[in-house]
Design a protein around this ligand. Sequence first.
Ligand SMILES: Nc1ncnc2c1ncn2[C@@H]1O[C@H](COP(=O)(O)OP(=O)(O)O)[C@@H](O)[C@H]1O
Ligand SMILES: [Mg+2]
Length: 298
Amino acid sequence: MRAHVALATCRRLGGLDADDAILAHEIERRGGRVAAPSWNDAGVDWLAYDAVLVRSAWDYVADIAGYRAWLDTLAEIETRGCAVFNAPALMRQNIDKRYLLALEARGVPIVPTALLEQGQSLAELVESRGFGEVVVKPVVSAGAHETFRASAPITRRDERLAHKAAVIDGAALVQPYLDEIASGGELSLIYIDGRASHAVRKRPAAGDFRVQEQFGGACEPLAFDATLRAAGERALAAIDGEVPLYARVDGVVRDGELLLMELELTEPSLFFGHAPASAGRLADALLARISRRRAAPA
Ligand SMILES: Nc1ncnc2c1ncn2[C@@H]1O[C@H](COP(=O)(O)OP(=O)(O)O)[C@@H](O)[C@H]1O
Ligand SMILES: [Mg+2]
């Protein structure tokens, strides 16, 4: 039977992005059928699919409660035989960047991170941690949403922006600003089925610190060497449960060490366009997992 796969997108995008179009093509070439429903389209019957892959669900920051409820729906359809990637419980954890602190406690080197609870003073936190220039970001965020830079002395405007970031889901992360992102870029290491697949380097536009394309950031292929592989695997090994079908380890190299910026397990861009065989690898891994699931239902 042909596997029917939903590559979940969002209403804002209204279809597959260029990278996921490559993935769709590879799934179809292998005999699968592909649809691109939006996570926030209430009319979708998710049980109509053999598998749901969360892909470009990028507008969820505008409706975090709705998104969490949808992840609960995915958890439920999973118990009824639909394969969901990644595991809904893992994705639920992963949309809250506080997971970084849990990974740090497990020995994963991360970008130094402090938690600013809603109502707490940014000035006091920056002073008590001895930070100079910082980046503040909501604990639930994507695409650098409500993410800003500030330097001591913290102004009333900074406090207002920090409040805006923290109020989104009760806290914000505060990190020292790492100049290495402007100089050496942010690295994205992509793993498929737990194995190193490909890597890219993302650089911000001159004068910006955000590497995202919508802020003028650029991206180039990167050699996925043994040191980077080992660093990425260390982060992945700290995750509980089943090996994620896809994962993106984002980090920045400082003093020769990769510091984890994000471990993306929900809706990361996977940069297939920069690595020719990579979408085929994900299509193979996905279809193999669907077949295994059929052979041994949950
Ligand atoms: N500590 C930091 N130092 C310098 N730039 C940062 C720092 N944290 C985040 N950034 C910039 O902001 C962007 C968004 O932050 P990130 O943690 O990746 O969240 P998200 O991608 O979910 O919005 C990063 O891609 C990077 O360009
Ligand atoms: Mg990021």
